[in-house]
Design a protein around this ligand. Structure first.
Ligand SMILES: Nc1ncnc2c1ncn2[C@@H]1O[C@H](COP(=O)(O)OP(=O)(O)OP(=O)(O)O)[C@@H](O)[C@H]1O
Ligand SMILES: [Mg+2]
Length: 264
């Protein structure tokens, strides 16, 4: 039993403890404080995909920005392999973390070629030489299911699904350990969604990745995630640690989200 506990602890990649976040809004010269995240705690095991599902405005993207180090929380902390990601002395952790957003069009510079888009993190975060980067680009574009000729193209010459593949290639370029997927397939048609989810499954194995998949779509969660957190109004409403037990859900809110999908 004790051994099990230790093994589980060693297996934790990301630990989120008591995160709170509020924003101050100004309305007609009056300041109001909006509590967006309220004491959020959970952890992600190595090699797993954790889904976070919740209504629009419930704070999912805010949480995603905090646990990738893009934004600070008001209180609480996020540890990656035991190190606090918001501390300056741990800034190298950022190389182990990537993020893929819903809006692939605004995620890329339209004036950059696909080669320039994917090579950007390699230029910024590694000491690779130009010829090494060129070789790596060929591997990366193939790994996301596109041919080398795409490297010469520009974003407006690609379909949505192809451009999201490019964003994924950029996200895996520095060989991170963890990718935050924020509604990463929500803007795509259903068959392309499935293709991208299959690609993410494949890359998870090949690159030894762990994912957090933020979405408002339960089907996406059941397709790719090992566990799921139901998020409501900045708080964890319910957590299902094994997706196979989804039918054992207890809270009304989580049940409503599931029923909405089943009716559909
Ligand atoms: N930088 C900011 N300044 C002020 N308010 C913000 C900021 N970012 C987010 N918010 C507010 O925080 C709340 C949560 O927003 P967030 O984008 O995290 O929700 P979400 O769950 O990702 O929603 P969606 O499913 O629509 O993407 C919203 O009310 C939003 O207006
Ligand atoms: Mg969001």
């Amino acid at each position: 039993m004790e051994e099990n506990k230790i093994n589980k602890k060693n297996n934790i990649l990301l630990k989120v403890s008591n995160i709170t976040k509020s924003y101050t809004e100004k309305k007609f010269l009056k300041k109001t404080v909006k509590n967006v995240l309220k004491d959020v705690s959970f952890s992600l095991e190595k090699g797993k995909c954790l889904g976070i599902i919740g209504e629009s405005g419930s704070g999912k993207s805010t949480l995603g920005r905090i646990l990738t180090g893009i934004e600070n929380s008001d209180s609480g902390f996020v540890e990656f392999e035991g190190k606090n990601i918001h501390k300056k002395e741990n800034k190298e952790i950022k190389n182990d973390i990537s993020i893929v957003f819903q809006n692939y069009v605004s995620s890329v510079n339209p004036k950059f070629s696909i080669a320039e888009i994917i090579s950007e993190p390699l230029i910024i975060e590694t000491t690779m030489k130009k010829n090494e980067i060129n070789e790596e680009l060929k591997n990366l574009i193939k790994d996301v299911g596109l041919s080398e000729e795409f490297l010469e193209r520009f974003p407006n010459e690609l379909s949505g699904g192809q451009l999201q593949r490019v964003c994924i290639a950029r996200a895996i370029a520095t060989k991170p350990k963890f990718i935050m997927l924020d509604e990463a397939v929500s803007s795509l048609d259903v068959s392309t969604q499935v293709e991208i989810l299959d690609l993410l499954q494949k890359l998870k194995k090949e690159y030894n990745l762990s994912y957090i998949f933020v979405t408002h779509d339960l089907l996406t969660i059941t397709y790719i995630c090992d566990s799921v957190i139901f998020f409501r109004n900045g708080k964890i409403e319910e957590e299902i640690s094994d997706i196979k037990n989804l039918k054992n859900i207890k809270k009304d809110y989580s049940r409503k989200l599931i029923d909405a999908v089943i009716e559909f």
